[in-house]
Design a protein around this ligand. Sequence first.
Ligand code: URA
Length: 268
Amino acid sequence: MLAALQWQLDAGVDECIGELPVDRYAESAASRQAPTPVQSAKAPAPTSSKPTPAALSPRPTAASGQQAVVRTAYEMAAAASSIEALRAALEAFDGCPLKKTAMNLVFTDGNPRARVLLIGEAPGADEDRQGLPFVGVSGHLLDRMLASIGLSREQVLISNTVFWRPPGNRSPTTAEVAACQPFVERLIELIDPNVLVALGGAAAKSLLGRTEGIGRLRGRWFSFTTPGMSHPIPATALFHPAYLLRSPAQKRQAWHDLLSLRQKLAEN
Ligand code: URA
């Protein structure tokens, strides 16, 4: 039983999302036995050989569906003129499949008037439970990293590239990140921070639009802008705290990058 439980945990089945178990094997066996409508019903004689309007219109493809999701996300995000309105827009947005399996929306933590906005990759189990970003072990290290340059959580704002926990802590897919990106961009526009910090390689790639790994992006300064921003913002990348927990030897480099962040804040 323990081995079966571990197998489920490894596969990402680590949260209860319903009151009763569902036997999917029984469901699929039943659907195999049930005659399909095509088999059971006599096909009606065709009344006309003219193609119906539905047959004429192009079938929606996965790509066009994804484009529509991103368009809706941009429209909903653009209509939000405050952080509270952006949160409400996310609560109403159903375009990111992660929402279906997550317990809570994980939006922001910290100070909306902060000069520093930090963006991580995705919420984990602790964040999902509490509905707040970076509250687990990597969040504790992040707090210590910020404290080392004199910043508290009340002096920064923290969020993620996706707003719901990916099941089993897998990496978010490109489609999930793309669906959330309009809201991330609107968050940056509304906060208008002096400095933007991507935490880890995934956030750095999506925010900075770069293909290099975090080892090449960290410690460098870039310029972030969106069509809705009146001026570009200095942006940088730090090693993700979860990575630093696994690779403590990299903390030396992270300290160097934190000093660079402190310097940039002194200049801006
Ligand atoms: N890791 C992240 O990238 N974000 C969180 O909120 C927590 C852990």
